[in-house]
Design a protein around this ligand. Sequence first.
Ligand SMILES: Nc1ncnc2c1ncn2[C@@H]1O[C@H](COP(=O)(O)OP(=O)(O)OP(=O)(O)O)[C@@H](O)[C@H]1O
Ligand SMILES: [Mg+2]
Length: 232
Amino acid sequence: MAEPWLQARSLRRVYRRGPSEVRAVDGVDLDVARGEFLAIVGASGSGKSTLLNLLAGLDSPTGGSIRVAGQELTALDRRARASYRARRVGMVFQTFNLLVHHTALENVELALAFNGAPRRDRRARARAILARLGLVDRLDHWPGGLSGGEQQRVAIARALVKEPEVLFADEPTGNLDEDNSLQIAALLGEFNARGLTVLMVTHDLALARGSARRLVRMHYGRLAEAPAWEAP
Ligand SMILES: Nc1ncnc2c1ncn2[C@@H]1O[C@H](COP(=O)(O)OP(=O)(O)OP(=O)(O)O)[C@@H](O)[C@H]1O
Ligand SMILES: [Mg+2]
């Protein structure tokens, strides 16, 4: 079998606070194939965000290995890691993290500034992805003038405008009502159907079941494969 697109082995992230330590990620093995839609569920504090941040290259592990397309992520220098984040990875956060003094269009366009896209292409690409996410009438709105669901769609546009290989979504529906949550999940499903690899962290088991094709459960920093029919 071909090597999976992403492969984590014995991955650990320990936070030290004085004499005590928190093993937020405690020996995780995970294989993700290209084109998968994987949901990671688990209780608050089980290490889901920590794991996602490690895989996205936002944080460095205490131990273990992460291979991406055959390359060891933990061996990359700062610059190469920044390039991995800017070009290959899209990230969506629970709290949207939009720049409040920039319009929807600017927020999306700025993602391309770090990605090496030619300046003249950036605006057109940003417009196109926002239009595709149903935001063509909202280009000039500031985040404060958008609903939660709209803000999250802008954040998704910002992550996807780079045409990343993988989307890491940390509780992308955590601040949305049920209708908007279903919309966002459907949207991620559509992009996944077109080949985008998606890793979504969520508290919402029903949402995970409805959208992801594979479910894993995090428990005290460890990961276990969870059959889709498992009881909550
Ligand atoms: N910067 C930090 N310093 C110290 N401990 C931390 C830090 N970040 C996270 N932790 C601890 O690591 C553990 C895992 O946190 P993490 O944020 O990954 O959990 P989570 O599963 O994403 O939770 P939630 O569902 O509430 O978002 C928690 O016990 C948390 O308190
Ligand atoms: Mg979290």
